[in-house]
Write a protein that binds this ligand. Structure first.
Ligand code: MN
Length: 261
């Protein structure tokens, strides 16, 4: 088995290498990651300038590693399209230092990188931990290893895209593992204004919504001390397009034609 390991915290992030070290016990590992931290960059790809990749000395011996001057998504596209010539079986993105829950998956670089793998037909995992101080990254690496074994045994089927989040707890205090759906909300974004002496500036400030007791959601489950596994897919169509009907569309087209000069 050969695994592409990437992240959005950058090639020097501790979580990336703890993940690579653990996965190396059961598979061949290639690390291709951005040269710097790029959290919240989502699925962004670089189309307006060339991408450069550099083979770097790995922090785990025996791992092939590349640093990419690009986004997490760029790193995966480059890895799968050019840098790695042999067959890859799985893409794992993480371990992100900070949770990726609810609608934040839409801006998460960790999930964005996994998505690029999934879109190209590879099973993909995004793994994040609550901790900002890296106390329990090992737990996440172990979960990644176990999931990898299940994927290898083909017990998860062919279409795998999982968003995994762990609470900031030692293994003995973790209550369980639960399958979840994404919470409807995760953060409140506010804009703070300041002045640098010459010009006004703005900071987008994120505040996590805590109090999620719904134990079907990723936020609720992590808050209650369990590991959340959310199966994702890329179907963005609204399931209830009620208002936008065929007659709505033909009306719109008629109005458009009326305005023709
Ligand atoms: Mn990050």
């Amino acid at each position: 088995m050969k695994i592409l390991v990437t992240n959005d915290d950058g090639i020097f992030a501790e979580g990336l290498w703890i993940l690579a070290r653990e996965l190396k016990n059961i598979a061949q590992v290639v690390v291709v990651a951005p040269d710097r931290e790029q959290s919240a960059i989502g699925t962004a790809v670089t189309l307006s300038q060339p991408l450069r990749a550099r083979r770097v000395k790995p922090m785990v011996p025996g791992v092939e590693a590349y640093s990419v001057e690009g986004t997490p998504a760029d790193s995966v596209i480059l890895a799968l399209g050019k840098l790695i010539t042999s067959k890859i079986d799985l893409v794992v993105s993480g371990i992100n230092q900070g949770l990726n829950l609810g609608n934040d998956v839409l801006i998460s670089g960790t999930v964005g990188a996994a998505l690029q793998g999934y879109l190209r037909g590879f099973p993909a995992l995004a793994i994040s931990v609550a901790s900002e101080d890296n106390l329990y990254l090992d737990n996440a690496a172990k979960v990644a290893t176990l999931l990898t074994k299940k994927i290898e045994a083909n017990s998860l089927g062919t279409s795998v895209f999982l968003n995994v989040n762990l609470p900031d707890l030692p293994l003995a205090k973790i209550k369980g593992v639960k399958v979840t759906r994404l919470a409807d909300e995760s953060h409140i974004d506010t804009v703070e204004e300041g002045h640098d002496g010459r010009r006004k500036y703005y900071w987008l400030v994120r505040q996590r919504i805590d109090k999620h007791t719904d134990d079907m959601t990723d936020m609720g489950v992590v808050e209650q001390g369990s590991i959340s596994i959310t199966p994702l897919h890329t179907y963005l169509n609204s399931k209830s397009p009620r208002i936008i009907t065929d007659s709505f569309c033909s009306d719109l087209f008629q109005e458009l034609q009326k305005n023709q000069r």
